[in-house]
Design a binder for this molecule. Structure first.
Ligand code: CMP
Length: 468
């Protein structure tokens, strides 16, 4: 509409130029000689307006359509403005020279040194911001949509616009902060680019009684499914400190949309709370707990005693034992927890106790060409360490926890009491030891007859435990 009006105006001032000049010179009396100049200025103004509209149309075409679709992001305001000014100035020079061929516009600007000084002083800050803005554009440290933290006051927000004067960011409280380009060019800026996988760290504490392996697993699974947590990278949960009020953890996760990190942090904390509830884990908070230690009554160690008795009575080699003997064994057993990857016993070490897997899983490993090789995996209710205990020889293999594993350790003295009352047990044990030895020998390509071996083991166990 504006273009149509301007085109019409141009047509009129050019078409009726002689008539307009005559009209003006007759009306202006002694200034009648200036009529031609006035008409030319009028023409210059209308053609200038048309030039401005053309530049704007090009601006929209290049930056709104081509730039956004080809480059995928919006062109910064500063770039658009520079384009408009250069294009408009060039067009204006051309139009001016055509309309007023006698006047050298370039000389008019270059010869005016005082004009330059005045302009320079007046626009010192503005020009500083302008050139800083240009250098920011050239350097491209960030773009519209990125989250940045800038300035001494560490303003954080999403970049909305980069103009002549300032970088405009919208903070997470929905305030607009304008940071002048010269400040932005001087200060360190932390940039979290929109296309980048940016990470966040959330902290939480647990009681010392809660297992780290379980906590890490539970939190990792709870966090990885939360909205806006990037699926490409699994969150990392790790212990950062053993603090006064509990075990201090951090969970590091990556976000799809970093601009929503406040909401996502909150969601992650919420997921951790619910996961703790389900897994019966406990948050630690600043408390002073008075621990009153009670000496256990003879015959009753604590509430876990029942679970240990149950576990031992389910172990096949202890099946022939009476309930009193199993209870005696349970009382003598001590429980130990191992983290995933920890070694419970090491091949070649001396050993005077055996173990029952209470919960968890372990692998039996032998060394092959200097590398560990798994020969068996043992889980709840299985036992190990009996070979060194019963024969007095060094440990034949290493036992490594695959997951968090609780084992019950039974010493030499307790086993001797059991053997004294159940001599038949020695025989069934000697068969198991012989079988395991054979499996080990097979991995080392050693030969050996199961039956003969078992007879030898039987006598060596009897000798070792001083039995007839
Ligand atoms: P010990 O030699 O005391 O220490 C290592 C233990 O690994 C060993 O006792 C057995 O209890 C266990 N072990 C060795 N070989 C096997 C096997 N083939 N299967 C299961 N357990 C084994």
């Amino acid at each position: 509409m504006a273009t149509a009006i301007v085109v019409l105006a141009i047509y009129l001032v050019f078409h009726f130029e002689p008539a307009l000049q005559t009209l003006l010179s007759s009306r202006m009396g002694e200034f009648g000689s200036k009529a031609e100049t006035i008409v030319h200025v009028l023409q210059l103004v209308f053609v200038g307006i048309l030039a401005y509209l053309i530049v704007r149309a090009f601006n929209v075409l290049i930056f709104d359509l081509v730039f956004r679709f080809r480059r995928g992001f919006e062109a910064p305001t500063l770039v658009r403005d520079i384009f408009s000014i250069i294009a408009f100035t060039a067009l204006f020079f051309v139009i001016f020279t055509v309309r007023f061929p006698g006047i050298n516009l370039g000389a008019l600007f270059t010869t005016s040194a005082i004009f330059g000084v005045i302009l320079g002083l007046a626009l010192q800050d503005t020009l500083g911001n302008f050139f800083a803005g240009i250098s920011l554009q050239a350097d491209r440290p960030f773009q519209v949509g990125d989250v940045i933290t800038v300035g001494a006051q560490r303003h954080t927000g999403v970049v909305e616009e980069i103009t002549w004067r300032a970088v405009k960011i919208r903070t997470f409280q929905n305030h607009v902060v304008l940071i002048s380009n010269s400040t932005a060019a001087k200060e360190p800026i932390e940039v979290c680019p929109r296309e980048n996988l940016n990470a966040r760290i959330v902290f939480f504490n647990t009681l010392y009684t809660d297992s780290p392996a379980k906590t890490i697993h539970v939190v990792r699974e709870a966090v990885r499914e939360a909205d806006n947590v990037a699926q490409r990278i699994t969150p990392i949960v790790r212990i950062r400190n053993l603090g006064d009020n509990g075990v201090e953890y951090e969970v590091k996760y990556w976000l799809d949309d970093y601009a929503k990190y406040n909401d996502t942090d909150a969601l992650v904390r919420q997921r951790i709370w619910y996961a703790f509830r389900r897994a019966k884990l406990n948050f630690a908070y600043p408390t002073r707990t008075l621990l009153v230690e009670r000496t256990p009554k003879p015959g009753m160690r604590d509430g876990l005693e029942g679970a240990i008795v149950e576990r031992l009575s389910a172990v096949d080699i202890f099946a022939p034992l009476s309930s009193e003997e199993t209870a005696m064994l349970a009382q003598a057993a001590s429980s130990h927890v191992f983290a995933p990857g920890e070694t419970v016993i090491r091949a070649g070490d001396p050993g005077s106790s055996m173990f029952v897997v209470h919960n968890g899983r372990v692998s039996v490993q032998v060394s092959e060409n200097g590398r560990p090789r798994t020969v068996a995996t043992l889980s709840d209710g299985a036992f190990f360490g009996e070979m060194a205990l019963f024969t007095g020889e060094p440990r034949t293999a290493s036992i490594v926890a695959i997951e968090e594993t609780e084992v019950l350790e039974i010493g030499h003295a307790a086993m001797k009491r059991v053997f004294d009352n159940n001599p038949d047990l020695v025989e069934s044990l000697s068969h198991i030891i012989a079988e395991r030895r054979q499996a080990l020998a097979a991995t080392r390509e050693l030969s050996g007859s199961g039956h003969d071996e078992s007879a030898g083991i039987l006598s060596s166990i009897k000798r070792f435990f001083g039995m007839k």
